[in-house]
Design a protein around this ligand. Structure first.
Ligand SMILES: *Cc1c(COP(=O)(O)O)cnc(C)c1O
Length: 452
């Protein structure tokens, strides 16, 4: 399968090349040239083992590795989950299900994309004999997932920028307590968007990118999106047959990566009625889906920090499909966005989507409500998915993180402190981080000094 840029520049590239590049050279994001139709055999079968399903799905796009090799890559990526289902579906009520995406090594859904990315980088380093420097920004969970995907791997160093003081202590510990010497967690002053802007600027300097053999892990990498498609299919195959009509997937959303993956697999034939964009008080996407205007605001730190984002990178992919794959129109809109700081989308059609927004008060109330009504504990991100639920049809809420990652907020809501053995272990370890001034120049100098 070939991949093309949402902005239409450059030649189509292979899966391996799109993976290695991350961002397309024209600044656009890679998307598959065509979306294949899901084989019906995937949908009617009872839940396949996760790795088998992932292989079936990914082999539609990765036509570079031979089957045996891809099976090995996929097995390596999804073997290290604490639940044998990887993404088990829990039923809370007749029409209410939770898809638990927090059984990976760093306890958030980001592991699904980044475990695969880690294995693919390893394969790339072996195949090409070239070392890489992985550069990314995180609002908390991407960084720890990337680090767990790459800690100790030969030929790779990992540099992760994060907004100092704006991620939870345990998230910071997951990044800074690995003991691996190829890992560089970098706290900066500012917000996630500031960190992301530095990464984008350095990635956009093609000479520097080439010289340092920089690789991306942010959700701009199309492989992350593809990896995340798989659990929507996995969820579908775990639903009782009576719950397979009129399905709404409710997705706690920040960067629009996770929910975009679901929408894409729906375009490939997964029967879904609706996607509910569940934002926290940083509600750019809520406003977009209600008004058609995409207009960033100031980031307000919230109880769901991994969603404290105003510029949703994957939105450009949605725009491209909304424009019926017209890359010229997408380029024009992105240029206008860059110039004006916002865009109003003409004839905005989002009939498959609904949106909700949760304040910090709502988050606490939802954690309490879910505990009282269903005797189930959700993390503050997942709690946004329980806002304004209408259970007249099947709803699948994606549980994006393990509640034990956010003990203070859970304690505040229900007076319980959830724990997880992997988190208890890192509480005693030494934190190692590398503070750098929040400018592209300073981060560039740090990379030049410490990179491979
Ligand atoms: C990253 C993250 C989100 C938001 O996901 P997007 O793909 O950025 O929309 C939600 N919840 C948790 C726990 C996360 O780590």
């Amino acid at each position: 399968m070939d991949f093309v840029s949402t902005r239409g520049g450059g030649e189509p590239v292979s899966f391996t090349e799109a993976f290695a590049r991350g961002l397309a050279p024209d600044g656009g994001l890679y998307v598959p040239r065509h979306l294949p139709i899901l084989p019906q055999s995937i949908l009617v079968e009872e839940a396949l083992p996760y790795a088998a399903l992932a292989w079936d799905f990914l082999s539609l796009f990765d036509t570079d590795h031979d089957s045996d090799h891809l099976i090995e890559i996929v097995d390596r990526s999804y073997g290290d989950f604490s639940d044998t289902m990887n993404a088990p579906l829990q039923q809370l009520a007749d029409n209410l299900f939770v898809l638990e995406l927090f059984h990976g090594p760093s306890l958030s859904f980001k592991d699904f994309g980044l475990q695969l990315i880690g294995s693919l980088f390893e394969e790339q380093i072996e195949r090409t004999g070239e070392t890489i420097n992985v550069l990314g920004a995180t609002s908390g969970d991407t960084g720890s997932a990337a680090i767990h995907g790459l800690a100790g791997k030969k030929g790779a160093k990992v540099f992760i920028l994060y907004p100092k003081g704006r991620i939870s202590e345990l998230q910071e510990r997951q990044m800074t307590c690995t003991g691996a010497d190829n890992i560089y967690p970098i706290p900066i002053e500012g917000t996630f968007d500031d960190a992301q802007a530095i990464v984008k600027e350095l990635m956009g300097d093609l000479a520097f990118k080439e010289k340092m053999r920089l690789s991306a892990i942010n959700s701009i990498n199309v492989v992350r999106v593809l990896a995340q498609c798989v659990y929507y299919v996995h969820a579908f195959t775990q639903l009782p047959p009576d719950n397979r009509d009129d399905i709404s997937f409710v997705v706690p959303t920040g960067n629009f990566g996770n929910i975009f993956a679901g929408w894409m697999v729906h375009q490939m034939g997964l029967p879904v009625d609706r996607f509910v964009v569940a934002t926290n008080q940083n509600d750019i996407l809520y406003r977009l889906f209600n008004t058609g205007e995409y207009k960033p605001d100031e980031v307000q730190p919230s109880h769901a920090p991994s969603m404290d984002i105003q510029v949703a990178s994957n939105f450009e992919r949605f725009l491209y499909y909304h424009n019926e794959k017209n890359a010229k129109a997408t380029l024009a809109q992105m240029e206008q966005f860059k110039k004006d700081g916002s865009i109003k989308i003409a004839n905005f059609n989002a009939s498959n989507f609904a949106a909700t927004r949760s304040t910090d008060e709502d988050i606490l109330a939802n954690i309490r409500m879910v505990k009282e009504q269903y005797d189930y504990v959700v993390d503050p991100h997942t709690a946004c998915g329980f806002q304004d639920l209408d259970l007249s049809s099947t709803h699948v809420v994606l549980a994006t993180a393990h509640p034990a990652k956010f003990p203070a907020i859970i304690e505040k809501a229900i007076g319980e402190t959830p724990t997880d053995p992997s988190l208890e272990a890192i509480k005693k370890k030494k934190m190692v981080s590398y503070p750098v001034e929040a400018s592209a120049a300073a981060v560039r100098a740090f990379l030049e000094e410490n990179g491979l």
